[in-house]
Write a protein of this length. Structure first.
Length: 263
């Protein structure tokens, strides 16, 4: 028998929780569209800090919404995707996604507090990595370095639904135009999201609550992505990067401390 309206409403939570959840989606969408990264990190850190969903559900929602954000971006910017550049990273990242999912299912079975602690620590470390922009290389890195960055990013993508920091750090050190970097990141995030969904859904790793939360947020992501694209030229990159990093440190640190206190 299909679930009733009352049971579906109970899955979504109170109106206050739902409004707070949509605010988290909005903040993450703006951060992702303006910078080319950070949707999963911002979304996960906010949702976990406010205890709006389990880490597994939040990671699944982040996967769907990241894919929706990339689709909206590429529909608005009909420029060629940098597939030849990103191919080595994308191929290895898809393997990493599988490994990350295995680890997530193992931790979710009986180590929820440990998973939240790990997520908090990873978010803080990622914020520090995003701030530490290394010097731009004189020449493009060889494919094996793209592959290595893609593998680590894919592992994070499978575990937390966010694969940004390793590949972001790697791409921003390449002698590439910022627009190429942004399109490359979104292409990889979309590929990781598709891989994660393809592996997760058949194994029952996608709960009904995650489906409902994703469906409610999809229209908001589409609208806000287009709005953020109009604001993009007017937001200084350094201001955005420091703002995202500060948010990640605050929420990730709070999440890690809360998990330590609960042990």
């Amino acid at each position: 028998m299909p679930p009733s309206f009352a049971s579906l409403a109970a899955l979504l939570g109170s109106p206050t929780s739902l409004a707070l959840y949509l605010l988290c989606v909005a903040i993450a969408t703006f951060a992702q569209t303006l910078s080319g990264f950070a949707f999963g990190l911002v979304f996960l850190s906010l949702v976990a800090s406010f205890d709006l969903a389990s880490v597994a559900d939040a990671a699944n929602v982040a996967t769907v919404l990241t894919l929706a954000n990339a689709w909206a971006y590429f529909r608005a910017h009909r420029q060629p995707v940098p597939w030849p550049l990103m191919k080595p990273a994308i191929l290895t990242s898809c393997v990493g996604v599988g490994g990350g999912l295995v680890l997530l299912h193992w931790l979710s079975a009986g180590a929820t507090t440990a998973l939240k602690l790990l997520l908090g620590v990873v978010i803080v470390l990622c914020a520090l990595v995003l701030l530490r922009r290394g010097a731009v290389r004189a020449t493009l890195a060889p494919p094996r370095q793209f592959a290595a960055a893609g593998l680590v990013s894919g592992l994070m993508g499978g575990l937390f639904g966010t694969s940004g920091p390793p590949i972001v750090y790697h791409l921003y050190r390449q002698p590439l135009a910022l627009d190429v970097v942004r399109r490359g990141l979104l292409l990889m995030f979309a590929a990781n999201a598709l891989t994660r969904i393809a592996l997760n859904v058949p194994t029952g790793g996608f709960s009904l609550r995650a489906v409902l939360l994703s469906a409610i947020a999809l229209p908001l992501v589409q609208v806000l992505t287009r709005l953020a694209l109009r604001l993009q030229p007017h937001v200084p990159a350094n201001v955005l990067r420091w703002g995202v990093a500060a948010l990640l440190v605050a929420t990730g640190g709070s999440l890690a401390l809360g998990a330590l206190h609960a042990r």
